[in-house]
Design a protein around this ligand. Structure first.
Ligand code: EZ4
Ligand code: CO
Length: 402
C-alpha cells in the first residue's frame, strides 16, 4: 500500500482546527489532529511545505519508520510546531492501519485494559458560589470528577473563568488580550473554594484544580499543603516545568498529587519528572506530544515509576485528538483520567465521531480506526480566523505566565 495523496484542512467552526488527511492507493484514508492553539498556520505550513511532500509513495504501514524519519530527519528535533506536525501524521497512520485491520485502534494497542474512560469536566464560576452551582450542574450531568476554578476577589479575570458565563474559550481575540495577575490574592482565595466544595459535596466526588503554571515552587508547596484536607485528585501545572527539578521542592512540602504536561512535546520534557517520581500524573496529549506512537512511549515509561496518565483534552484539541486519545486511554495499564470539554455543535458536525459520553465516562466506540472523520465540505464553510491566547502581567506590569 502507498500514500498517494495528502492535505492539510484548516477550519474554524467556532475555533480553529488543523487536520491532516492521508489517502492511500487502496482508497483507505486516515486523519490526524494538527491543532496548536494560536499558532495554527505555523503547523499547517510545516506540514504543507516540509512534511507531507515526503510522504507520497511511502508505505503507510511503517508507522515507526515514518515517525523516526520525521523526527531524526528534521535534524533540529522537538519543538511544539514540529512535534504537532509529526503527531498529526502518526495519528493518521494509526487510523489507516486500524481501518485496514478492520479493528478499532485500541485493539492494535493491546486491547482493552478497562471498560470505560473516566473523564473530568470543568466547573468555572466568577465567585465561589457560582462555582458551587457549576459543580452541582456537572454532577447532575453524571460527572464523577470535576475541575473547579473560581474568580479571585480583586482580579478582573483569571484563567479558566469566563466573564460571560458561556463556555470558556481563552483564545478570544485577534491579538492577545492582557490580564492582570496576583499570586498573593489567588493563594489566599483558592483554599476557601475547596473547603466550601467539600462541605457541599462530601468526600466522594473527585475534585481537581488547574494553577496554569502561575506559582513559584514554594508558593505551590504552600497551596498543595493548604489543600491537603480537601484531598484533591490533582493539582495541575502548579509551576512552569522547563526546570523539571523545581518539582522536587513542591514534593518536599505537600502530599497533594501533582499533574503536569499539557505543553510538553516529547519524552525529554518529562524524563526527570517521571524518573524521579516528582509528579503523579503526566498530562501530555496525542496532538502535542508526537502522536499515538510517542505518547504511548511516554506512558509506558511512566508506568515504571507509578506515574499515571491524565491527558489534556481542552476544546482546542480537536475531536480527532480526543478520539485517538480514548483508544490509548482504554488500552494502557497506567491510565489515570482524561480531561473532557465537549466541543460545540458545529465542531461535532464537522468531525463526526464514534466516541460517546455516558455517566461521567467516555467510550471510544467500535468503529474501525480511531473513529473520527472530517466532513470536508462542511469544514470549508468555516474559514480560518486568527485568534490568540491572552497574556498575563503582574500589577506592576511585569509579564508573567498566563
Ligand atoms: O489553557 O488548552 O487544562 N486545560 C488547560 C487549557 C489550556 C488551553 C491552551 O490552549 O489548561 O484550557
Ligand atoms: Co491545564
Amino acid at each position: 500500500m502507498k500514500i498517494v495523496s495528502t492535505r492539510t484542512i484548516v477550519t474554524c467552526p467556532g475555533r480553529n482546527f488543523v487536520t491532516v488527511k492521508l489517502e492511500t492507493d487502496e482508497g483507505v484514508w486516515g486523519i490526524g489532529d494538527a491543532t496548536l492553539n494560536g499558532r495554527e498556520l505555523a503547523v499547517a505550513t510545516m506540514l504543507d511545505e516540509h512534511v507531507l511532500p515526503c510522504l507520497i509513495g511511502r508505505d503507510p504501514g511503517n508507522i515507526e519508520d515514518i515517525w523516526q524519519y520525521l523526527y531524526r530527519g528534521v535534524y533540529w528535533r522537538r519543538g511544539a510546531v514540529n512535534m504537532t506536525a509529526i503527531a498529526a501524521v502518526d495519528t493518521a497512520l494509526w487510523d489507516i492501519k486500524a481501518k485496514c485491520a478492520g479493528m478499532p485502534l485500541y485493539q492494535l494497542l493491546g486491547g482493552k485494559s478497562r471498560e470505560r474512560v473516566l473523564v473530568y469536566g470543568h466547573a468555572n464560576g466568577r465567585d465561589i458560589s457560582e462555582t458551587v452551582e457549576e459543580v452541582a450542574r456537572y454532577q447532575d450531568m453524571g460527572y464523577q470528577a470535576i475541575r473547579a476554578q473560581t474568580g479571585v476577589p480583586g482580579l478582573e479575570s483569571t484563567y479558566g473563568v469566563s466573564n460571560s458565563r458561556t463556555s470558556y474559550e481563552p483564545a478570544d481575540a485577534g491579538l492577545p488580550s492582557e490580564h492582570v495577575w496576583s499570586s498573593e490574592r489567588y493563594l489566599n482565595h483558592v483554599p476557601r473554594l475547596f473547603e466550601r466544595l467539600r462541605s457541599e459535596f462530601g468526600d466522594e466526588l473527585h475534585l481537581l484544580h488547574d494553577v496554569h503554571h502561575r506559582l513559584s515552587p514554594i508558593e505551590a508547596g504552600r497551596l498543595g499543603k493548604a489543600l491537603e484536607p480537601f484531598h484533591l485528585f490533582w493539582l495541575e501545572d502548579a509551576v512552569a516545568a522547563e526546570n523539571q527539578a523545581a518539582f522536587r521542592l513542591i514534593r518536599e512540602h505537600t502530599t497533594t498529587p501533582l499533574a503536569v504536561g499539557e505543553v510538553f512535546n516529547s519524552i525529554w520534557d518529562c524524563k526527570e519528572l517521571i524518573e524521579q517520581q516528582l509528579v503523579d500524573y503526566i498530562r501530555a496529549s496525542v496532538v502535542h506530544a508526537g502522536g499515538i506512537s510517542h505518547l504511548k512511549r511516554i506512558f509506558d515509561f511512566a508506568s515504571l515509576y507509578h506515574v499515571r496518565s491524565g491527558s489534556h483534552g481542552a476544546t482546542d484539541l480537536s475531536p480527532v485528538c480526543m478520539g485517538a486519545a480514548l483508544h490509548l486511554d482504554i488500552a494502557i495499564p497506567n491510565f489515570g483520567i482524561q480531561e473532557y470539554m465537549p466541543h460545540n455543535e458545529q465542531t461535532d458536525d464537522v468531525f463526526p465521531h464514534a466516541y460517546s459520553f455516558v455517566n461521567g465516562h467516555l467510550f471510544p466506540g467500535e468503529t474501525a480506526g480511531h473513529g473520527v472523520d472530517i466532513d470536508e465540505k462542511l469544514a470549508a464553510k468555516f474559514p480560518y480566523k486568527r485568534a490568540y491566547l491572552p497574556i498575563s502581567r503582574l500589577t506592576d506590569g511585569t509579564l508573567c505566565n498566563w
